[in-house]
Design a protein around this ligand. Structure first.
Ligand SMILES: [Zn+2]
Length: 439
């Protein structure tokens, strides 16, 4: 979910957190003996963000269908050796106001329906071992992450039930701040109440409960203050499921170098640190694209408002697919950035934080087709491996970036959960929902 977010364009003061640059893990010299295609085939490729469930639900899209304007289907998954996908459970906050839990459950069900329809090709899994097992079975592993803490409706019991249904990460916010965490999407909007320090006491409980359950804490989308507060609270390393480097493209959804190093260095005493999964969205990859989008925004907003009016007059629901059409029409006017610019983000993060702390978070089916040149579906993922190897990344480095790093963090999150469960201690506070501090 990105293109829709751009209405709010914010530059944020960046707080300082002391972080060291890992000295190891520099890319090695190019290998002359290894074929990038073979290296790609040897990898367990994991992508941490695709918004295809909107299509399952609203367009009755089936993964066996042709792409038909979308970014991800079974053919492209097989052609690009995509081993696992975290399907995004994203509830549009305005459209589904008052029905967040219902929509969340329907999206979760839509993923499970796909698995049920294609048991020979897809395996629903909820753990690192599950991902590996599906891979051994030559099946595509389907996982789920919730995008936006508003889905839990300020209820720890709901959070626990989402975990029980198989959700394995939660992005604390989407582009909307909720009652307990602030978003980069509206942090500068003074008409919206914000927390005092990025997370309320209840928000801290949410992070703690996620740690205790073994649900990965995802800091993509959150406001900078929420990012730093979350790192101080979380007992486990965190992930950014779909974010790039702000040094290369100055969008608030991207992470500063300080934040990237903080993700890499943060975790418990024995932690190897978290991972930043790079978003493919052209607007977060290329500064020129981002600037062109900003310039278009008033026109896009107007077109969407008009279309909403028209839908209302015709007595039909305005859906994400309707907005997607408008976004695509405008996007078509901006030249796509080259794939090399996406590789620049991966390379930048690997250089400043270490090759153990970067991965892939495509945002397929969430960016209105606004993807770099030549990167239209998972079938094009081998091009990323080839480009990395051309820049001197070894086969091992590539396998880490393609999925190994995420698997390591996922394992560590589960280990921390086991330790916390063994301690059987209460949450940080026992305060309950909705206690939003107002400025
Ligand atoms: Zn998103």
């Amino acid at each position: 979910m990105t293109a829709r977010v751009v209405a709010t364009l914010l530059l944020l003061a960046s707080p300082v957190l002391i972080a060291q640059t890992p000295s190891a893990n520099r890319p090695k010299m190019p290998s002359t003996t290894q074929d990038p295609a073979a290296v790609h085939r040897s990898a367990l490729v994991i992508d941490t963000h695709a918004d295809t469930p909107q299509r399952f639900l609203d367009e009755h899209f089936d993964l066996a269908d042709p792409l038909n304007g979308g970014d991800l289907n079974l053919d492209s998954i097989h052609n690009g050796n995509l081993g696992a996908e975290f399907f995004s459970i994203w509830v549009e906050p305005k459209l589904y106001k008052g029905q967040y839990a219902r929509r969340t459950l329907e999206l979760i069900d839509s993923v499970k329906q796909q698995v049920a329809r294609h048991p020979d090709q897809i395996q629903f899994v909820t753990s690192p071992e599950g991902i590996e097992e599906a891979h051994r079975n030559h099946k595509f592993a389907a996982l789920m992450g919730i995008e936006g803490g508003h889905s839990i409706e300020n209820s720890i019991p709901l959070l626990r039930q989402y975990y029980a249904l198989g959700v394995r990460y939660m992005t604390l916010t989407w582009s909307n701040s909720n009652d307990w965490a602030d978003s980069s999407g509206d942090i500068n909007d003074t008409s919206i109440p914000h927390t005092k320090e990025g997370l309320t006491e209840f928000g801290k409980d949410v992070v703690y409960e996620m740690n205790r359950l073994g649900m990965m804490v995802d800091i993509s989308h959150v406001a900078d203050a929420t990012f730093y507060r979350t790192l101080r609270i979380s007992r486990a390393p965190v992930i950014a499921s779909h974010s790039g480097a702000r040094a290369l493209c100055d969008a608030p959804r991207n992470l500063t170098d300080d934040m990237i190093r903080a993700v890499a260095n943060y975790g418990g005493p024995n932690s190897k640190g978290g991972v930043v999964q790079v978003n493919f969205f052209s607007g977060f990859v290329s500064q020129a694209y981002w600037d062109a989008m900003k310039a278009q925004q008033p026109e896009i907003d107007k077109a969407i408002a008009d279309a909403k009016e028209m839908a209302k007059a015709e007595g039909r629901e305005f859906k994400y697919a309707d907005e997607d059409k408008i976004q695509r029409a405008f996007a078509g006017k901006i030249p796509r950035p080259p794939l090399s610019m996406l590789i620049d983000h991966i390379d930048h993060i690997a250089k400043i934080a270490g090759v153990d702390h970067v991965g892939l978070g495509s945002d397929f089916d969430g960016v209105n087709g606004q993807l770099p040149e030549g990167l239209d579906s998972p079938a094009d993922l081998p091009k990323i491996t080839a480009a990395l190897m051309a820049r001197g990344y070894s086969a091992d480095d590539c396998r880490k970036i393609l999925g190994g790093n995420l698997l390591r963090v996922f394992r560590e999150v589960e280990q921390v959960a086991k330790e916390l469960q063994a301690q059987d201690r209460p949450r940080i506070t026992e305060k309950q929902p909705g206690e939003k501090a107002r400025k």
